[in-house]
Write a protein that binds this ligand. Structure first.
Ligand code: ATP
Length: 640
């Protein structure tokens, strides 16, 4: 069952898509002339499709919208064209490869600066870089690029070895040469998106902070995706010069980047073929409209109107809409949360928690674990360091100021290995800030944190996670576009592969231990029947269990749980308390929770925070009877 699931989410039979692509590419020279599409248009579409494959990895899969891809398209194009027209290099393939490598080198430099920002700022910096490249091409580098004239005389390729040569002339033979590049480009891109590396990219797109917290080096993954996209752009730019026998100066202009973005969005980002479909529409319509009398001059206006309609109708693009349609018609393999939605009649609003809390009385029994797990979960746990001397986690004088606000001040405590420690305190006492500092999300203003005796102060959340301490969040931080199983794969990949690995040509099934760790986590958090379900379709209680599962899957030996029972119905709470009991074995658990009954039932020792300071510590019995705690905290709740 699980093997089947994993092969499903690792793409099943990737060679099928590749074989179909090959057949379609072979059929084009036969079919397209019958409908009036020339070899030149077909070749252009493929060049834009190749350009778009790299861009889709960057935008559709990694979520980075660049408006500066023309910089790399032009760099690759002009380097190849320069080599072929101004130097002794005659091999078109060699020149294209050099152009690609130079474009990738430019990608490293540009990516290094642009990836310091995200969202609109990232997009604007890429645009600024592209404008700089355009200026350089037109002016200071005009001796090499031909300036406003571009470079003419780019030769046609010759293919073959030694005595057997074949001079490619224009037309469908050149189409075949370009199609070979597209096919190889597609095979590589398809491998990348199905690989463990590609899976991490989708996690960055969906929830970058959580990807960081699960132990992935977000910057290295983003930079690699950026460089890959630059490489694709470089080859595509080079092929444009070959196709036209001329490298045009406007290859580096803004409208090239803009056209790529438009084509990708219209065709469907995150589908690999989306940009190709977008390009086919764009170039096909442009060609068609320009041939119609009276309309020819207004072709841009008509194209614009058609695209506005298309984007409005298909938010996910044409292929995105097709993908959704196919997913909808696929039979469900497990009970869907939609079963629940009809039964949700009462919703409870909890601070910071979305209004999706189901009425427990209406929830079918199969949404709860009624038995103890039949298979003994065999979850990995990171071995703890030998220097720990029995203390899993300790902090000394931990302090955090936000301007004049003292969120935490002078907290010193230590937690023995294997203990279940409760952290309680009234709202605003500083519990979440304390957890954020422990997990490496927030740098303390003062003080130190020790994990198994090693100072981890200021190391950052990725390093802390890699060292074996992870955290589940008060408000769910899931990878919203992925299924349950794909969500769990993200922390497991960080544990098994480290913070960064370029295993782009491997499949997920080739990661040793991945399957077992996901399976064990699914079983432990009772989501094994829901593995294939997209996160958006889960009931709220299931999402909370997945939230804990994400933290567990990275095999921590110290687990921080920030309000794991937040927003749950009594029945879900009881279920989750059982879950917390199950996951205790072999690890240290530190739990922030407002539910006092659960806390007194679960915790062996409790630390109480008030106004950012440590107020008291003791066993649940001692805390219950502590006058200061009653006054400061429990009394307050009773009054409320
Ligand atoms: P709750 O139980 O309501 O979640 P808490 O005990 O977790 O509360 P914190 O969220 O840690 O408390 O907040 C402690 C104090 O620090 C509060 O006064 C809060 O407003 C303040 N604080 C927390 N984060 C920030 C921030 N990023 N900037 C400014 N003040 C902050």
């Amino acid at each position: 069952m699980m093997l089947q699931r994993l092969s499903r989410y690792s793409g099943g039979r990737p060679w099928v898509a590749e074989l179909i692509t090959l057949i379609v590419l072979l059929l084009c020279p036969v079919v397209l002339p019958l409908v009036g599409i020339s070899a030149d248009i077909a070749s252009r579409i493929l060049i834009w499709g190749l350009f778009g494959l790299g861009f889709d990895i960057l935008f559709g899969y990694t979520g980075l919208l660049s408006f500066g891809q023309a910089a790399f398209f032009g760099t690759g194009g002009f380097v190849s064209a320069f080599l072929l027209t101004q130097t002794g290099i005659h091999g078109v393939f060699l020149a294209l490869m050099i152009g690609m490598l130079v474009a990738m080198a430019a990608g490293v430099v540009v990516g290094f600066f642009t990836l310091r920002r995200s969202g609109i700022y990232f997009a604007m910096i890429t645009l600024a870089f592209a404008e700089m490249f355009h200026f350089l091409e037109l002016s200071p580098l005009s001796a090499w690029t031909g300036g406003e004239n571009g470079l003419t005389g780019v030769p046609m390729p010759i293919v073959g070895f030694d005595s057997w040569h074949f001079q490619i002339s224009s037309g469908w033979t050149l189409y075949g040469y370009i199609a070979a590049f597209f096919l190889v480009g597609y095979i590589v891109a398809h491998r990348i998106v199905l690989s463990p590396f590609g899976q991490v990219l989708t996690a960055l797109r969906d929830n970058t902070p959580r990807a960081l917290a699960t132990g992935h080096s977000v910057r290295k993954y983003k930079l690699t995706a950026f460089v890959i996209a630059a490489g694709y752009a470089g080859v595509a730019g080079g092929l444009l010069g070959v196709l036209q026998s001329y490298m045009p100066p406007d290859a580096v202009a803004f409208h090239t980047s803009g056209q790529l973005v438009m084509q990708s969005i219209i065709g469907g980002a995150g589908t690999l073929f989306g940009p190709l479909v977008g390009a086919a529409l764009w170039l096909g319509m442009q060609d068609f409209l320009q041939d119609i009398p009276f309309i020819a001059e207004a072709w841009m206006l008509i194209l614009g109107i058609v695209f506005v309609i298309l984007i409005t109708a298909f938010r996910q693009g044409i292929l995105g809409a097709v993908k959704q349609l196919v997913m909808k018609t696929e039979p469900a393999t497990a009970p869907h949360a939609t079963e629940l939605s009809a039964e949700i009649s009462r919703r409870t609003h909890i601070k910071g928690v979305p209004d999706e809390h189901p009425n427990q009385d209406n929830i079918p029994d199969h949404f709860f674990r009624t038995d103890t797990p039949t298979t003994k979960p065999d979850l990995l746990i990171v071995p703890k360091s030998s220097t720990s001397e029995g203390i899993a986690l300790a902090c000394r004088n931990l302090t955090k100021h936000y301007g004049g606000i003292y969120a935490n001040e002078g907290i010193t405590l230590s937690i023995p290995e294997g203990q279940l420690r409760g952290i309680i305190g009234p709202n605003g006492a500083g519990k979440s800030t304390f957890f954020k500092m422990l997990a490496g999300e927030v740098v303390p203003t003062e003080g130190q944190i020790f994990l198994h005796g090693a100072d981890i102060t200021g190391l950052g959340v990725t390093a802390v996670s890699q060292l074996g301490m992870s955290k589940s969040y008060q408000i769910n931080e899931l990878f919203s576009k992925l299924t349950v199983e794909q969500n769990l794969a993200i922390p497991v990949l960080a544990r098994l592969r480290g913070e960064f690995r370029t295993d782009m040509l491997k499949s997920l099934n080739q990661v040793p231990g991945l399957r077992q760790q996901i399976e064990a986590t699914l079983d432990l958090v009772n989501l094994d029947q829901r593995a294939d379900i997209p996160v958006t379709e889960l009931a709220y209680g299931e999402k909370r269990r997945l939230e804990i599962g994400l933290a567990l899957a990275s095999a921590p030996n110290v687990l921080l749980l920030d309000e794991p029972l937040a927003g749950m119905s009594p029945r879900e709470r009881a279920d989750t308390v059982q879950l917390l009991k199950r996951i205790r074995a072999g690890r240290t658990l530190i739990v922030v929770e407002h539910d006092m009954d659960a806390m007194f039932e679960l915790a062996e020792y409790i630390s109480v925070l008030q106004e950012g300071r440590l107020l008291a510590e003791g066993t649940p019995e001692e805390i219950k009877n502590d006058k200061r705690v009653q006054d400061a905290y429990l009394g307050g709740i009773e009054e409320a």
